[in-house]
Design a protein around this ligand. Structure first.
Ligand SMILES: Nc1ncnc2c1ncn2[C@@H]1O[C@H](COP(=O)(O)OP(=O)(O)OP(=O)(O)O)[C@@H](O)[C@H]1O
Ligand SMILES: [Mg+2]
Length: 478
């Protein structure tokens, strides 16, 4: 049989980077066999990166490769541990996924195809190794939405419904099942290093660190203090990521160290939620009883996770270098947050004497007024007028939530003054472009929970997928 002979996914040039590290880092596993295969999502936007033309890749090609798992082997269940809600857990690892393969993008970067919901592995414990269809849909939507909001994130390459029924205590059950392919820059997690520290294997830590630098920080390769520079850059990337989440109004929900990527990329979208209004205490996961991973704690938690990573890294590099790297977390975070908030307000190359105050005032206004977070910025784009530069009184005067803003009289007056001061630094040409720039930065549709439920309901009741695809178009700004 010539299965897959012409399947472009099976003929990609797979790089065996992780495989070459040896079996101390993974277990070879096989995929589950599923009774049915319905391709529910294919991410054609990613194919050109692999030099594939979407029109030449059939749905059957996706199903064969990522639903029936024919062809490329071996599949590697990666080994890792992690701090979960503050406690060390040595019983983790890919329990419902594996590394399917690694490929070079034509952007010169190495990408992983990682599965989720592909069956049991040695790390499944007593669980089924499966992913619910709703869980898969939620991850597809989150990663597309975050990507379009400028967050450095993994994406989904495909989602295939498998015809199985699952029992879950957080979804009405039985519930439908799926298998997803994640497209990301590495599935090496902080917890991958933590496991090696637990096993007291500095030799394996060093080998993994060299691998990480070779493939994901290649510009550091020739440096004499590459470990120090790697940690410094990781701290910067993670601080930037935390700022990107905060600006996007995103609460990841489960910031365990096994969900932190060594490339500083965001991934694993389980019980996440976008905030309806600015509320630092907003908590996404129903099982996060103390609110540890609430929206406002995210920067602090990221820093804590980076600090925990010092233990394994400390086996092969100096504590002094680690401390120096982590010290810069706050500065990177604050600077990125400030810059991104200004951009979200349409302000590029505008420097106020007191930009920090303006950023604080904006956050205070959003928090105290409890206006819808995403809508505030979207309406700024919808109503923007160059005349705001000359008359601050008319700023957002027709916005649906103006009453809420006016109730915060001194905050609101002050904010308008500061925004006007910024606009005064823009020339006519810039002001003309401001409305469309704001609209581009701030989509009309936010991926709030009721929005996700509104597309899930027709799928679950009538197998009606049109609203899901329409929502995808909206969050992609189409
Ligand atoms: N249904 C399941 N069957 C087997 N193992 C599971 C299942 N759900 C979660 N796990 C395992 O529990 C741990 C924590 O799960 P978590 O939800 O953070 O990760 P995940 O969503 O499964 O995978 P990823 O982090 O790659 O997105 C992981 O080791 C995961 O493999
Ligand atoms: Mg996870």
């Amino acid at each position: 049989m010539n299965i897959g002979k012409d399947n472009p996914f099976l003929n990609l040039n797979y790089e065996r980077a992780i495989e070459a590290l040896g079996e101390n880092y993974y277990d070879i596993v096989s995929a589950a066999e599923f009774p049915q295969h319905f391709l529910r999502f294919r991410n054609d936007e990613l194919l050109p990166l692999l030099n594939l033309n979407p029109s030449q890749v059939t749905d059957e090609n996706f199903i064969e490769a990522f639903g029936k798992f024919q062809g490329v082997r071996p599949f590697l269940a990666l080994r890792y541990h992690g701090y979960q809600f503050g406690n060390y857990n040595p019983f983790l690892g890919d329990g419902r996924g594996f590394l399917y393969g690694q490929v070079w993008g034509n952007d010169g970067r190495l990408y992983d195809f990682g599965t989720k919901g592909s069956g049991q592995t040695p790390y499944s414990r007593n669980a089924d190794g499966r992913l619910t269809l709703k869980g898969g849909i939620r991850e597809v939507l989150a990663s597309e939405a975050l990507h379009y909001l400028g967050v450095r994130t993994s994406r989904c390459l495909s989602l295939i419904e498998t015809g199985e029924l699952l029992w879950r205590n957080d979804e009405p059950s039985p519930t439908r099942a799926s298998v997803m392919i994640r497209f990301s820059h590495s599935h090496i997690r902080f917890g991958t290093f933590e496991r090696l520290n637990y096993l007291n294997r500095p030799d394996l830590i060093e080998k993994l660190l060299d691998h990480v630098i070779t493939y994901y920080y290649p510009h550091l390769k020739s440096s004499s203090d590459q470990y120090a520079q790697f940690y410094q850059e990781l701290v910067q990337r993670v601080a930037e990521l935390a700022a990107q989440w905060m600006i996007a109004g995103f609460c990841h929900g489960v910031l365990n160290t096994d969900n932190m990527s060594i490339t500083g990329e965001s991934f694993d979208y389980g019980p996440y939620a976008f905030i309806p209004t600015y509320n630092p205490k907003f908590t996404a996961a129903y099982f996060d009883y103390s609110g540890l991973y609430c929206y406002g704690n995210q920067p602090r938690i990221c820093r804590w996770n980076l600090e925990k990573l010092q233990r394994p890294l400390g086996m092969v590099m100096s504590q002094k270098d680690l401390d120096a790297g982590l010290e810069r977390f706050e500065t990177h975070y604050e600077e990125t947050y400030r810059q991104l908030l200004m951009e979200k307000l349409g302000l590029i190359d505008v420097s106020l004497e007191n930009t920090e105050d303006f950023v604080t005032e904006t956050v205070n206004l959003l928090r105290d007024s409890q206006v819808p977070y995403h809508q505030f910025f979207a309406e700024l784009g919808n109503w923007f007028s160059p005349t705001w530069r000359d008359n601050s009184e008319i700023i957002l005067e027709n916005a649906p939530f103006i009453k809420q803003l006016r109730e915060q009289s001194s905050l609101w007056e002050n904010w308008k003054q500061l925004y006007q001061q910024c606009l005064k630094q823009c020339n006519d040409n810039e002001l003309e472009k401001m409305g469309s720039r704001l609209q581009k930065k701030n989509p009309q549709t936010a991926l709030l929970r009721p929005v996700i439920e509104s597309v899930w309901e027709p799928i679950s009741l009538d197998n009606e997928w049109t609203p899901f695809y329409a929502l995808l178009d909206q969050i992609r700004g189409k």
